[in-house]
Design a protein around this ligand. Sequence first.
Ligand code: CP
Length: 339
Amino acid sequence: MKPHAIKHFLNTQDWSRTDLDALLTQASLYKQHKLGDALKGKSIALVFFNPSLRTRTSFELGAFQLGGHAVVLQPGKDAWPIEFELGTVMDGDTEEHIAEVARVLSRYVDMIAVRAFPKFIDWSKDRQDQVLRGFAQHATVPVINLETITHPCQELAHVLALQEHFGTPDLRGKKYVLTWTYHPKALNTAVANSALTIATRMGMDVTLLCPTPEYILDERYMGWAQQNVAENGGSLSISHDTDSAYAGADIIYAKSWGALPYFGNWEPEKPIRDQYKHFIVDERKMALTNNGVFSHCLPLRRNIKATDAVMDSPQCIAINEAENRLHVQKAVMAALANQ
Ligand code: CP
């Protein structure tokens, strides 16, 4: 008999709309009733290669609230540095191979969750998502993406916050703007990739607003978005003009990211980025929207990405979205641990 294929949560695009909708429904139930026993006797390893406030706190507490236990590991800090290259002679800094790490953890825990940002040197390498894929390849338990080159848990929290705001699970017909914003450093494209993916998956009319064509996202995620529009309706457009993109928008979602053509060679990108500080989300631009709602994944640099007035306005649902991380991740863990 064929062994049961393990279902991971690496990207929402791997999951059917029916299954995503079920996760969102379960998350709403967990929001109403915090405690449960879906993870009774179960455990999860949370492997962090990068810092976190929301992801770590919400996963640890989420496991606890469902009767489970979370173990946090930071390879290179409180756990051994891990090698991911196959067939390599490990005479450098890494102390053990993912082939052993993932299989050993699988003997201890029921799920493994991984945060591994890009190394920001070579996008052709980072886009392979080697760390997450290495865990998924070698683990014998489900693997969850805590943000690598996408951020699927954030996607679900974002959608749930929008559904709550509009009072309906059906977001079709909403005008959704994913806007690039300035940041002094070139940041990960993960949340932007994810926002584009889930907004098109929900059938919204999506505009990717960014300074120049160089800031358009990787072809994999642009392709997913186009595929989603073909399958779910809605639309996808690209704009480099803030005011026309904001005009009549129902949703403004902001994120900063580095332009992929300059990946690993960020010096020439900086003067370009510096010209677009006016992409900040401010009161004037929000006033152009259809009484639109604003959100961001957080962390957010105030008065760089969005003004104090926008962050403190009733239009801002970023805190709701952050809270929803807890509820959606409980739904994801419960679904994976009991498959
Ligand atoms: N949004 C998010 O993932 O937050 P952290 O980086 O604090 O986990």
